[in-house]
Write a protein of this length. Structure first.
Lengths: 233, 233
DNA sequence: AACTCACAAATTGTCGACAATCTTAATTTA
DNA sequence: TAAATTAAGATTGTCGACAATTTGTGAGTT
């Protein structure tokens, strides 16, 4: 519970109200899989569990719906999103287009010190990776940080909100529950480096292309998990 | 109130609950400008006006926030979105990327009869345009229908939801309240025709490019309105 | 045995009231 | 006079209860 905080703090939500707290808690549990994907959500049960009224819980559910983690039907109820292969493709098509745009804009709009920060981050990850044999840390917090920084470098508030606050929760859910396999980590490192170089050279077109390719590779990686699961059954 | 229905029915929401009704009503009023952009929303006042409780109204407000029509601050309240030139750029950058993607996918995934329907729609608009000297109708319902059909032709459910249910409300708000000027209408017609041809030829790359260009032109058109307003002051 | 219908239980939608927070304006203080 | 403070008013957040709808069960019919 303490180590996961690092992953949640990237989109900076100041928790003011009770429903904020429930929203953040539920979001983590859904992303981690503690609340099972595809499962039905009982409002009375969860309200009791979090120690809040149903009104407060429903407020949180509304916001979870906004970031695609639950689906709602009138007079029927809420259901946690199901991680299907089809949805993975759909979401990653959208992600690729949006984050490609973000990367292109970042090449124009990032401040030199922000680019410098990106480079430091990458070096830092290189060391951490060596120590820990490049496993869970990099693929979780590290990669996330890298992408968030570039997105914010676009300086497009609407795009930042769309990606960081809405879409990325679902993407994280796929990555956490489906995971990454094999030698993806070191390859991703090289791809990140190439992207940074393109941004530093203000080559938006190239940066966009590299980011799209990077995301496609990430998608293919998760896709294999689905293929493996399908082969078993 | 009756003639605007045609514009609202494109994203097919079945109104079941009371908050559904309030949501649809408020959405129309915000898009049309009846509820002024940038204005503060008083929950008690609007609840009384729509004849529902505050809980029901708040449910509607949550959904309006999901489609970017209102902005919320904890313990402060809701405010209708303000139509600024900066936001126009940000939103249209996102729109261009997403609808470009939709158009590319549509070139692969649209059924022949759907393409045929698009062609018919365009012819129909050509006649209507001649009769009414190409004014309000085309730029409102007609253009909207054209874009919605292509988006749905992408067959990407996530993308469809993102564009039709979320982003397009704000785009419509800009178009309705800022409007289109001059000879844009007939030019848009030609652009639509070119896009349909590219889709029919399954040339996704071209279709994407043409759609992006078409959207850029539309953006530039609205932008001039802001420039005119700025020149006045 | 399968299908339909009706009833009961549970769940969601809605309401009005209270608590917590913010805003505003008057009052005090430097 | 201007800034800071405090108190009153208004607004939002939260709660528990009731109403409306759906779901599940079981009796009855074909």
């Amino acid at each position: 519970m303490t180590e996961q905080k690092a992953n949640d703090n990237y989109n900076d939500i100041t928790i003011t109200t009770a429903s904020d707290q429930v929203f953040v808690d539920m979001r983590r549990e859904i992303v981690q899989g503690t609340i099972e994907q595809g499962s039905k959500i009982s409002e009375p049960e969860l309200a009791k569990r979090y120690g809040v009224s149903r009104a407060t819980l429903r407020e949180a559910l509304n916001r979870l719906e906004s970031c695609y983690l639950v689906e709602r039907k009138a007079n029927v109820g809420c259901r946690v999103v199901a991680l299907t292969a089809e949805r993975l493709i759909e979401v990653y098509q959208v992600r690729s287009a949006l984050e490609g745009l973000a990367c292109r804009l970042a090449a124009d709009n990032m401040e030199p010190e922000e680019v410098q920060g990106l480079k430091q981050l990458l070096n830092q990850h290189l060391q951490t990776q060596r120590v820990k044999e490049g496993e869970s840390y990099y693929q979780e917090a590290g990669d996330l940080d890298f992408h968030y920084r570039i997105i914010k470098g676009s300086k497009n508030a609407h795009l930042i909100h769309l990606l960081c606050n809405e879409l990325y929760q679902l993407i994280r859910m796929y990555r956490v529950q489906m995971g990454m396999v094999g030698p993806r980590v070191s390859k991703a490192f090289d791809e990140h480096l190439a992207i940074i170089n393109a941004i530093e050279n203000h080559d938006g077109e190239l940066a966009e292309m590299l980011m799209k390719r990077h995301i496609s590779a990430s998608q293919a990686n998760i896709q294999t998990k689905f293929d493996l699961l399908a082969a078993k059954n």
